[in-house]
Write a protein that binds this ligand. Structure first.
Ligand code: SF4
Length: 337
């Protein structure tokens, strides 16, 4: 029996930086993005024949803003993956895009490439909160979701939302949740806003231009979200994922179970034989050496896999996914599932 494998594909480009972002995103420019698409194909080629004893159960296409790679390039990357790796017949292919990324070409190509779990990185449907977060799309783009969903119609539709945005209220959150539910999604991710030290929002807080949300108010919003969604047929699958029965996020659950993971693309993360590493010390290095694992492996660590606390730190470093009593993470002795 083949061992399960997750592929994580990182597309690290954004048109501008969100106020709460600490990700080393790369500024969008068409020439660099084209070079990146070619590098990704070269990297996938380099793995030919190396994973014959594995079956890809889940593919996660993450950003940055994955749609910036372009519909054709994303399609070719997924086609090459299917030719290079053994993918399970029911492989989950999860893609996160932002409102404003929509085009008929992108939606049709994603549908044809087999993307079946589509997450819209909405964060909030409130104009004020959207502007505070400085999201890299126009607020009005939210309305384009109608057309996009009708064109794409993935097996599972999800929305990524943030809780604890300064100034967010129970009413504004309820309005955001209701707006999402209008589209009958199968998955809602409601994640507490993290404000890293180096972000623009942290600077606003330091200069007292902005007040962070007090812990107890955030907790009220988390409790409200849970009640609101559970009353409408969702079940919590992690601390911040709510799903309709049968639509659990396979990528997320396999990851938390310690399933081996191969990262593709700059700044993707791999987890193999008890070792975790990132790909590429810089975008330039990645573009010059795609597929050269020895050059690109960065931040390599071998955590103590007998220590559940160390594993929890590794797989849920922000403590936003797992409950303390969670049975999900097991020490990675052998393979999972
Ligand atoms: S979309 Fe994500 S990666 Fe890009 S700037 Fe915003 S938070 Fe950072």
């Amino acid at each position: 029996m083949k061992k399960p494998l997750i592929l994580q594909i990182c597309i690290p480009f954004c048109v501008k930086q969100c106020a709460f972002c600490a990700f080393p995103y790369c500024t969008y420019d068409p020439r660099t993005v084209n070079a990146y698409a070619k590098a990704l194909l070269t990297e996938i080629d380099a793995w030919e024949g190396e994973w014959d004893d594995h079956e890809v159960r889940a593919i996660s296409i993450e950003g940055g803003s994955p749609a910036l790679l372009g519909a054709d390039s994303l399609f070719h990357v997924l086609q090459k993956i299917r030719r290079t790796f053994h993918c399970a017949e029911d492989v989950t292919i999860r893609l996160q895009t932002m409102p404003g990324d929509y085009s008929r070409a992108l939606m049709e190509k994603m549908r044809d490439a087999g993307v079946n779990h589509w997450i819209i990185g909405l964060e909030t449907a409130s104009r004020n909160e959207h502007e505070l977060l400085a999201r890299p799309y126009k607020y009005e783009a939210i309305t384009m979701a109608d057309m996009a969903i009708r064109t794409f119609h993935p097996r599972a539709l999800g929305f990524h939302l943030l809780l604890g945005i300064p100034g967010q209220t129970r009413e504004s959150l309820e309005s955001t949740l209701s707006r999402c539910l209008y589209y009958a999604p199968e998955h809602i991710i409601a994640q507490p806003l993290m404000i890293p030290e180096c972000s623009a929002m942290a600077e606003q807080i330091r200069t007292e231009a902005l007040q962070p949300m007090p812990e107890d108010t955030l907790q009220e919003l988390i409790d409200f979200t849970r009640t609101f969604l559970c009353e409408r047929g969702f079940q919590p699958s992690t601390k911040c994922d709510y799903v309709k029965s049968g639509f659990e996020d396979r990528c997320q659950l396999l990851m938390l179970q310690g399933c081996e993971r191969l990262g593709l693309g700059y700044h993707s993360t791999s987890w193999m034989d008890g070792v975790m590493w990132r790909t590429g010390h810089s975008l330039q290095e990645y573009l010059e050496h795609p597929g050269d694992f020895e050059t690109l492996a960065a931040d390599m660590i071998r955590p103590d896999t007998t220590d559940p606390a160390a594993l929890k730190e590794l797989f849920d470093p922000l403590h936003i996914l797992l409950w303390d009593h969670s049975p999900v993470i097991h020490p990675p002795a052998g393979h999972f599932l």
